[in-house]
Design a protein around this ligand. Structure first.
Ligand SMILES: Cc1ncc(COP(=O)(O)O)c(C=O)c1O
Length: 292
């Protein structure tokens, strides 16, 4: 098996150390890039079409035209997966706008976009995050306003999230709970956020400024399939303080419980609804693994 992480770039599989990006690449200079993270189960990716659709939506949002069709992306992913025969693999695909002059003007880009695919075993989530849960802290730094850099765009520019995470960790938390400029709960730094109150499953709407998380979408579907009421409406810190359960969601985690937000404690480990949703979600994933 190949040493990991390794990379697929320009149609070739190579070691990470061989995958060189030019110094005038716009991803390096300006964070002018897009990315997606895909995971596998039983060696097969899942929800690839959703990730590619979101990649295209981000590209459109930042006025980048992608010269590849979906089958090309899938071929590159498959090329890497064939070198890493594990059940659970992490695939990060990054598209830089390209390289050019040291000038932010998009028109100064001199090359086609560059696509890079990084492969490694899926990181194992620390047991504590499942048996106890995440400790979140509300960051002073607010989520980018959708009319500034829309958090729905999954770009390589993560400084907003990096600053929030830095603050949370400085306070001894695992992750940040990020508010919008009006004090509505948005999300965590690399996951969406849900609360459960009286069996109603709540999550913030896209308008407050969040990533349109693919796990979030399927969690909402599962909640509805289980007959639970869902609300995709803004809510504030006061509301989440009174929640029965809080959880975070992402491709890598599925749903993981939150056991504390600053001084507010929640039950340790998976609450009953979070447990039910996480089980239903993974069952759905296993029934919908991609075949390519
Ligand atoms: C800011 C942010 N929110 C939410 C998510 C979860 O998204 P998904 O469920 O598509 O993995 C991510 C994942 O990277 C993220 O970076």
């Amino acid at each position: 098996m190949r040493k990991t992480p390794f990379v697929v770039m320009n149609g070739q599989v190579m070691d990470q150390s061989e995958a060189l990006v030019p110094i005038n690449d716009r991803s390096f200079l300006f964070g002018d890039s897009l990315y997606e993270v895909i995971a596998t189960r039983k060696g097969q990716p899942f929800f690839t079409d959703d990730h590619l659709a979101r990649l295209r939506a981000t590209a459109e949002g930042v006025h980048m035209s992608l010269p590849w069709d979906d089958s090309w992306f899938k071929q590159q992913i498959r090329m890497g997966l064939d070198q890493l025969p594990l059940d659970e693999v992490y695939v990060r695909m990054i598209v830089s706008r390209g390289s050019g002059d040291y000038n932010i003007d998009i028109d100064s880009t001199a090359t086609e976009p560059l696509a890079v695919f990084i492969f490694k075993p899926l990181p194992v989530i620390a047991e504590r995050f499942e048996t106890e849960g995440y400790i979140l802290s509300v960051s002073e730094t607010r989520r980018n306003h959708p009319r500034s850099l829309n958090p729905a765009f999954k770009t390589g520019n993560y400084l907003n999230n990096i600053l929030c995470l830095y603050e949370a960790k400085a306070k001894g938390a695992d992750d940040a709970l990020i508010l919008d400029l009006d004090g509505h709960v948005t999300e965590a730094t690399t996951s969406n956020l849900f609360m459960v109150k009286n069996n109603v499953v709540w999550t913030a709407p896209l308008e407050v400024g969040i990533l349109d998380g693919i796990t979030r979408r399927y969690m909402l579907d599962q909640a509805r399939a289980l007959g639970l009421e869902t609300r995709v409406e803004p809510f504030d810190l006061e509301a989440i303080r009174q929640a029965d359960e809080v959880f975070v969601s992402s491709t890598i985690k599925g749903a993981n419980p939150v056991c504390r937000i600053d001084d507010q404690e929640y039950p340790t480990g998976y609450g009953p609804i979070t447990r039910q949703l996480d089980d239903a979600y993974w069952q759905y994933v296993d029934q919908h693994l991609d075949q390519y």
